[in-house]
Write a protein that binds this ligand. Structure first.
Ligand code: 9WO
Length: 261
C-alpha cells in the first residue's frame, strides 16, 4: 500500500515496543493497519557462539561499545525489507542526546512521509564508524541520558502516529489541531471534569455557563497567561509568526501592566 507509514526499529529490546504497537491510540491504529512496525535485533545478525553485540572500548575506559557489524547487518536488512515493500529510500535515524531536538514540526513532517529506520543504542555508546556510514539524522528528546534509545524512539513514533489521518477519533482530534490552529503554539489551557466542586475547589464558572464564545475567550486567555508565565519564548515565537490577534496583544499588555504594579 502506498502512502503507508512504516517504522523499522533496530534494537536489542524489541519487546519494549509492544507498548506502542499494542496499547492505547497507537496500538489501535496499529491493529487497524494504519502503520507498521518491524523490529530488527542486531543479535540475530551475529555469527559467533556468544552472539556478541558489544565489545570493550579502544583507548580504555568503563563500559562497552556496540560493534559495527551486527548493527550494519540489521540496518541493511531493514533497508532491504523496506525496498521489497516498495517504500522509497529512508532516513536512518539515531536517537541520541547529540541529535537535533525533536519537536512537533519534525513530527508533522514525518507524518507526511513513509517512516524511518530508528536505531536504538545501548551500553556506553555505538562505534563511530557505524554512525558515520549509516546514520543520516540524529534526533534528541532533550539534554538527558537514558540507558538506551528505545524510549526516545517510542516517543517519536507516538508523536508521529497520532498525527496520521483517522488515528484520533472526533473527540480526540481537537487535541491534535490545538497545537497549531486553536492554540497557535501556546500552552494548553487548564481542564476540568466532574465533580463541580472538589474539596471546596469549584470549577471556573464560565465553563458551566454554556456560553460558547465566553468559554473560548476564557480558554484563549488562560493559554496566553500560562504561556507568558511559564514559556515566554513561545509567546515570542507565536508573535513572530503573526499568530497573535490584536485581542491577544491587548490581553497580554494588560497582564504585563498588572505584573508591573
Ligand atoms: C550517551 C551520552 C552521555 C553523555 C554525553 C553524550 C552521550 N551520548 C550518549 C549516547 O548516544 N548513548 C547511546 C544511546 C548509547 C547509550 C544509550 N543511548 C542513549 C540515547 N541515551 N540517551 C539517549 C537519548 C536519546 C534521545 N533523547 C535523549 C536521550
Amino acid at each position: 500500500m502506498s502512502g503507508a507509514l512504516r517504522f523499522d526499529v533496530v534494537t536489542l529490546f524489541g519487546a519494549m515496543f509492544d507498548a506502542v504497537s499494542e496499547l492505547g491510540v497507537t496500538g489501535r491504529a496499529h491493529a487497524q493497519g494504519r502503520w507498521a512496525l518491524h523490529r530488527w535485533n542486531p543479535r540475530d545478525f551475529t555469527v559467533d557462539v556468544h552472539r556478541t553485540v558489544d565489545d570493550r572500548p579502544y583507548g580504555g575506559g568503563p563500559g562497552m561499545v556496540m560493534r559495527v557489524e551486527p548493527l550494519e547487518k540489521a540496518v541493511r536488512a531493514a533497508l532491504e525489507g523496506r525496498a521489497k515493500a516498495g517504500l522509497p529510500e529512508t532516513e536512518v535515524i539515531l536517537l541520541s542526546p547529540q541529535g537535533r531536538r525533536f519537536d512537533q514540526s519534525i513530527a508533522q513532517s514525518m507524518a507526511r512521509g513513509s517512516g524511518a529506520i530508528l536505531v536504538c543504542g545501548r551500553y556506553e555508546g555505538i562505534d563511530q564508524r557505524f554512525i558515520d556510514r549509516w546514520v543520516t539524522q540524529e534526533l534528541s528528546l532533550g539534554d538527558f541520558v537514558l540507558s538506551g534509545g528505545e524510549i526516545a524512539a517510542m516517543a517519536v513514533m507516538d508523536a508521529v502516529v497520532r498525527l496520521l489521518p483517522g488515528v484520533l477519533n472526533d473527540d480526540e482530534s481537537a487535541v491534535q489541531d490545538s497545537f497549531n490552529e486553536h492554540l497557535s503554539g501556546l500552552l494548553d489551557c487548564p481542564h476540568y471534569t466532574r465533580p463541580e466542586v472538589y474539596e471546596g475547589e469549584a470549577v471556573p464558572e464560565v465553563l458551566l455557563s454554556g456560553h460558547h464564545a465566553n468559554i473560548l475567550r476564557w480558554r484563549r486567555r488562560q493559554s496566553l497567561a500560562v504561556t507568558l508565565r511559564k514559556r515566554p519564548d513561545l509567546i515570542e515565537a507565536a508573535r513572530a509568526r503573526g499568530w497573535l490577534s490584536r485581542d491577544d496583544e491587548k490581553f497580554l499588555s494588560d497582564l504585563q501592566r498588572e505584573d508591573d504594579r
